[in-house]
Design a protein around this ligand. Structure first.
Ligand SMILES: [Fe+2]
Length: 300
């Protein structure tokens, strides 16, 4: 009986234990990976304000606007499965030929920033998925038992080799349900103030000044480390249109050609192809990935 209780207490996959001990809702092995990776592998000393902010806060608005690219294609977006009226998140789609042109332009525009990120991570960085969607208003903002589109505070259960760029597909103010993040430096204050126990168990009315809202103009971009920082989707008064670009840090040399994925296919769900670099399912796989990344040097 005692053994059973101890096992329960020392369950290393327990996210509630991670919250208690480390103020993070991640598997313990991912916390250790990120901790060591930050100390040994990344290079925050490059003289760049955006990278430094990203390193310290896990969130940065980047000085690139995709306004022209979005305006060019805005009228071509269409709502997929629009008939599903009860859904609170609906995907925005494009014809294949438009996807190809749009992603080529986005890659070109983001390329200087992705180069900086590669220097920071001391590894290759590629875009693995692109998704566009519209979030709608719902009446369950204060009901933690109901979640419609990741609108409760959480961290994504990935390694820090998984990052996201959010692009505003419209002007987004406080009423449009912007992405809300807890900068890394506010993490422990957040857990304390919101009495955070789990995704569906915390006090909604903790210190609101700890929350940073990603408001901004159409085309604005922000980068965030969704595994390292707490975040949630705000609930819009009407709706919010957003583009999500997933960035994967991985050694191209061992990628088995995954970096050559077709541009149109970037708009599909490519999770399985990149899972072993961002979300390994066993402790051994995490350790093995850590050492692979550690010995890898960009351009070798
Ligand atoms: Fe998330």
């Amino acid at each position: 009986m005692l053994g059973l209780k101890l096992y329960k207490y020392f369950d290393l996959n327990s996210k509630s234990l991670s919250v208690k001990l480390f103020n993070q809702r991640l598997p313990l092995i991912y916390i250790i990976f990120n901790f060591l990776y930050r100390i040994i592998k990344v290079n925050p000393k490059i003289n760049d304000e955006e990278i430094l902010k990203f390193h310290n806060s896990g969130f940065v608005k980047i000085n690139i606007s995709l306004k022209d690219e979005i305006y060019e294609f805005k009228d071509k977006f269409f709502l997929k499965n629009e008939d599903k009226k009860d859904k609170k998140r609906i995907l925005l789609e494009l014809e294949d030929k438009d996807k190809k042109i749009l992603i080529t332009k986005i890659k070109k525009k983001l390329s200087p920033f992705l180069n900086k990120l590669e220097n920071y991570f001391n590894c290759d960085c590629i875009i693995s998925d692109v998704e566009m969607w519209r979030n709608y208003n719902h009446g369950d903002k204060y009901d933690l038992s109901k979640e419609h589109f990741n609108n409760h505070f959480h961290q994504d259960s990935y390694l820090m080799t998984y990052n996201k760029i959010f692009v505003n597909l419209m002007d987004i103010n406080e009423e449009d349900g912007p992405l809300e993040v807890i900068p890394r430096e506010n993490r422990s204050s957040f857990v304390k103030s919101f009495n955070y126990k789990d995704r569906h168990k915390y006090d909604l009315f903790g210190d609101q000044s700890l929350i940073k809202k990603n408001t901004g103009k159409l085309g604005n971009c922000c980068l965030f480390s969704s595994s390292q920082i707490f975040h949630r989707a705000g609930v819009p008064k009407n709706h919010r249109d957003n583009m999500q670009i997933i960035l994967i840090i991985f050694p191209k040399k061992y990628s088995e050609g995954l970096d050559k994925i077709d541009d149109i296919k970037l708009f599909d769900d490519n999770f399985k192809s990149y899972q072993k670099f961002t979300k390994p399912y066993s402790i051994l796989k995490v350790i093995s990935l850590f050492f692979t990344l550690l010995k890898y040097k960009k351009n070798t």
